[in-house]
Design a protein around this ligand. Structure first.
Ligand SMILES: [Zn+2]
Length: 297
């Protein structure tokens, strides 16, 4: 009996040695747990979304802007630059925050060109534009894009930007262990883009969809808006977390489907509108299941 016990113990210890040796041979390493970075700012509310993704809310800004930084192992994307309404520190409004969040080369992408999304553009060394033919046509041979009044909407600054990179659309882009795609989602503006993070199942939608009233600048944009919502629904699914550029950052996925029904309702004249005036412009306001769409006339 005693020798049988000894034999079992011997076999078990042999198995343990072999098991440990096999594990070493496979070189299995556990990734370092990611420690979220804490940012102290009296203007930006920087929140951890998941490893290497942060939202930069500006709750005190007039539009409650939200920008995002999406960091890979070799490259990062900043999605929008902030409202520019904060006081600069040593002449800078957003760069010191970004430098704390990203240690890799960071390219700025604008969700679109409206004045409330591009105010700190000069603080970025690299600006990427989506590779859209109508944008390429309007860039000078030196890579300068001059913002038009229509682009900026209510603002008059910045007047221009140096385009450093053309970002391919509907193409996997590897930021380093993080695959994203950039897609064009016209409707709010023609150049509007979304960033789809396929690795982490997140979609950043800019002003196309956020928690708040949505703005269309032409009645003809409804068809385009609807085309974009169909594309988003066919590309994403309810495993995806959605994020907008104003208000509370995360949007319930179901809201994307509600937006589709809302646009159908407007297009088929089933939704009633109220005429009013906003910022000196005549607009029609539509309401549908706790959503609101404002259409400039
Ligand atoms: Zn906008």
């Amino acid at each position: 009996m005693q020798s049988m016990k000894k034999s079992i113990l011997y076999k078990l210890s042999l198995f343990f040695i072999l098991f440990t040796a096999c594990n070493k041979k496979d070189n299995v390493t556990t990734p370092e747990p990611y420690t979220p970075i804490t940012i102290n700012s009296d203007w930006f509310n920087v929140s951890y979304i998941n490893p290497k993704t942060y939202s930069l809310e500006e709750p005190k800004s007039s539009q409650h802007n939200v920008s995002y930084i999406i960091v890979g192992d070799s490259k990062a994307l900043m999605f929008d630059t902030g409202s520019g309404e904060n006081q600069p520190i040593n002449g800078l409004k957003i760069k010191p925050i970004i430098e704390q969040l990203s240690q890799v080369p960071t390219t700025l992408l604008l969700s679109h060109f409206h004045f409330d999304h591009n105010q700190n553009i000069s603080e970025f060394n690299s600006v990427g534009f989506p590779d859209l033919p109508f944008l390429r046509q309007n860039v000078t041979p030196n890579g300068i894009y001059n913002f038009t009044d229509d682009d900026l909407f209510l603002g008059s600054y910045p007047s221009q930007v140096q385009v450093n990179e053309w970002q391919p659309l509907n193409t996997d882009i590897d930021l380093g262990n993080r695959i994203i795609q950039i897609i064009n989602i016209p409707g709010h503006t023609n150049e509007s883009i979304a960033i789809i993070d396929k690795t982490n199942k997140m979609a950043f939608l800019g002003d196309y969809l956020y928690n708040g009233s949505l703005f269309l600048f032409n009645n003809n944009d409804i068809a385009m808006y609807k085309e974009s919502v169909n594309y988003l629904i066919s590309t994403l699914n309810d495993d995806y977390k959605l994020f907008g550029a104003h208000g509370t950052p995360e949007i319930a996925y179901e809201k994307l489907e509600r937006l589709k029904s809302f646009l159908v309702c407007i297009e088929s004249n089933s939704c009633q509108s109220t005429a009013t005036n906003i910022w000196g412009f005549d607009v029609l306001i539509y309401e549908f299941e706790n959503m609101q769409i404002v259409i400039f006339q």
